[in-house]
Design a protein around this ligand. Structure first.
Ligand code: PEP
Ligand code: MN
Length: 353
């Protein structure tokens, strides 16, 4: 249940509701989020209590939906959440494109990719400095040196940085170098880490756990929201299935499902979602057709020699082709793709404080 207070609700009203809930032994949380003051209660509330609350004048609305992720849910907020990262609107009409290597490998590599992206009108660069590798013998990333390199390359070419925070001990180190903090699939269930990210004042892109049901993914987002960080992006990155032909099974249906359940922006990562270069463009098109608000794509100048995820990384010219294919789908559903508005951003005023 969600109890939304009126904008002018008095502190006595808030205190009164707390006392009522405590008397009834109903565990609650009180939040100020998306410019609303709300109580959330996930245990069952009986009709008598709902009626008592219904008579309190400082209450705007009582939403009796029983959801384990009230703050992430459309029950709280029908309009879609959007916010700005530098001059870019996330979760608006336009489809955001994030591209870059799986791992930051060298100055030459990341500056080369940043230059390529800026020429293509892309606004976000990705690249991991700390890599969650399955084998400890594989390349683990350049660490802090990598973070410095991606930041310098992004600043040189006017891009925003999306990079993974691998662990709670690395939040402080990663924070100054990132514009969006990526939370990897393996960390989606790391609830203590999620709570810490809820206290950070930068957007968090939360990848779906590779074996996580949609409800668990939304509850993971809820962990971040309950601590006060309102800027959460959900990213579908494929789930494990029985089929060894693909690295993961891209759950395209999860995109409209999550958009029906939640107001948060939803991105798609067809690179990890398939693990195969030749599938990345068609699956990107499918994700956009299904309603994805953004795409995250792995690219590399020399994928055959990439230090991680080469098999799913696009050659630069394939990425150019991907953008033109995705634009066709975006046009068909009436949404602009970021490069089209890079010179004259229509939404720029949204990002001016
Ligand atoms: C990545 O984006 O490089 C990555 C490791 O992704 P995931 O957490 O989805 O495996
Ligand atoms: Mn990768």
């Amino acid at each position: 249940m969600i109890i939304e207070l009126k904008k002018d609700a008095k502190p006595e009203t808030v205190e009164g509701i707390k006392i009522l809930l405590e008397e009834k032994k109903l565990p609650y949380r009180f939040h100020h989020i998306y410019k609303k003051d709300v109580f959330t209660i996930v245990s069952k509330v009986d009709t008598e209590m709902v009626n008592i609350l219904g008579n309190i004048s400082g209450i705007e609305e009582i939403i009796t939906d029983n959801t384990e992720y009230p703050l992430a849910s459309i029950a709280l907020k029908k309009e879609r959440t959007s916010f700005c990262v530098n001059d870019n609107v996330i979760g608006g009409d336009q489809i955001n494109i994030v591209a870059g290597p799986c791992s930051i490998e060298s100055e030459e590599q990341i500056f080369g990719i940043a230059e390529f992206l800026s020429k293509a009108g892309i606004k976000f660069i990705r690249g991991g400095a700390y890599k969650p590798r399955t084998s400890p013998y594989r390349f683990q990333g350049l660490g802090l040196d990598g973070l410095k390199l991606i930041r310098a390359a992004a600043d040189e070419y006017g891009l925003s940085v999306v990079t993974e925070v691998l662990d709670s001990s690395l939040i402080d180190q990663t924070y100054p170098y990132a514009d969006i903090l990526q939370i990897g699939s393996r960390n989606m269930h790391n609830f203590h880490f999620l709570k810490l990210l809820g206290k950070v004042d930068k957007p968090v892109m939360l990848k779906r756990g590779m074996s996580a049901p949609i409800a668990e993914w939304l509850m993971a987002a809820e962990y971040i929201l309950t601590e006060g960080n309102e800027k959460v992006i959900l990213c579908e990155r494929g789930i494990r299935s029985f089929d060894s032909m693909v690295r993961n099974t891209m759950d395209i249906a999860a995109i409209p499902m999550v958009k029906n359940l939640s107001h948060l922006p939803v991105w798609a990562d067809p690179s990890h979602g398939t693990g195969r270069r030749e599938l990345v463009t068609p699956v990107s098109m499918a994700a956009v057709a299904a309603g994805a608000d953004g795409l995250m794509i792995e690219i590399h100048q020399d994928p055959d020699h990439a230090l991680s995820d080469g098999a799913q990384s696009l050659y630069l010219e394939q990425f150019t082709e991907l953008i033109s294919q995705v634009k066709l789908i975006a046009q068909a559903i009436g949404r602009p793709v970021e490069p089209q508005i890079s010179k004259k951003p229509k939404n720029l005023n949204l990002c001016v404080e």
